[in-house]
Design a protein around this ligand. Sequence first.
Ligand code: COA
Length: 374
Amino acid sequence: MSEKKLEGAGLRGQVAGKTSLSTVGKAGKGLTYRGYPIEVLSEKAKFEEVAYLLMYGALPTNDEYKEYSNKLISMRSLPDSILEVLERIPASAHPMDVMRTGCSMLGNVEPEGEFTNQQESADRILATMASIIVYWYKYSHEGEKVKTSSDYETIGGHFLSLLHGKEPSEDQIRCLDTSLILYAEHGFNASTFTARTCASTLSDIHSCITGAIGTLRGPLHGGANEAAMELIEKFSTIEEAKSAVLKMLENKEKIMGFGHAVYSTEDPRNAIIKKWAEKLSKTNGDETLYLVSEQIEKTMDEEKNMFANTDFFMASAYSYLEIPTKLFTPLFVIGRTSGWAANIFEQRADNRIIRPSEEYIGPDSSEWVDLEDR
Ligand code: COA
């Protein structure tokens, strides 16, 4: 890395505030949400339990879980005004722009109002995200107006059933729910920091989350899972994949889905989603995507000593779930909404407006010249 980059650019390594939500790569802890290791949550918890843990402060009791799960199920339907807006967005739109518009529109028709309503608003946003993206996708691409409600216990089941119009298998639901758990929370990453900055001005939750969606849209953040897919689907053999990646590295191109701003040796989420990608590749019968991904991971390790982050195998896992590539980053949004909301609550509970200083590097003084003389 160049000297210039090391000088704290991108606020790297600087502590910008306190949180009790997650540890990201802390020595001896790895990734934990409120103290629970990601390995345990991804194996034992439902996504909704994790969302509750983050947003309400503790794991729900059995009764609380049932009540919460039913509440989210009852909140999935979209009002006509939002359906109308979604129907006007063309198929060529970027799905993250659809998410951004959907969340923003929800803020118009169901504004948060007092902060005492923050939990209700957050639950409603969380419950509607899958309905928003699938409704737009099915209408704009296939002319179908899908029902935006369903009785599936988890968002994974709701999303897959709306998208495919048939009952997903237990494994498919579990894989998607697991991916949402892995995406749920990750410290002061760029989109969460955006949400916290917006919250620090005492703005409303829809503005905070709309801004966070815009930040997550970029290929250096959430968009990496789609970029990884675009890479792996090009190859039909592992040999092809290896030689293409070697050439890309020679040309100093970045391989999307590798590297991390905080982790230095591994991304703990990778092993979890990689296992799911492998499992689904076996059920699917065509293991090519998985094997190609595994080869690229190996080549990146050998050549650059770089590890796959969670987005890399997410691409093949989602592809085995027959999810169109353009819906990958919106799924990241659905998972991360729980973390964004929890961060917004945390920021509000102990707020000071976020306003860092800057180092001025412009001209010392500039002399005014009238427009007609320029
Ligand atoms: N493929 C190839 N080289 C990579 C790379 C990748 N995915 N990620 C980083 N590098 C190289 C950079 O080219 C740079 O080399 P240099 O010092 O010779 O210029 C060096 O490693 C440091 O990279 P940098 O981008 O400065 O690190 P960062 O900490 O600022 O950025 C990421 C972290 C995640 C943004 C970066 O690794 C990246 O762009 N990865 C691909 C996108 C991605 O997967 N994002 C999802 C993150 S969960």
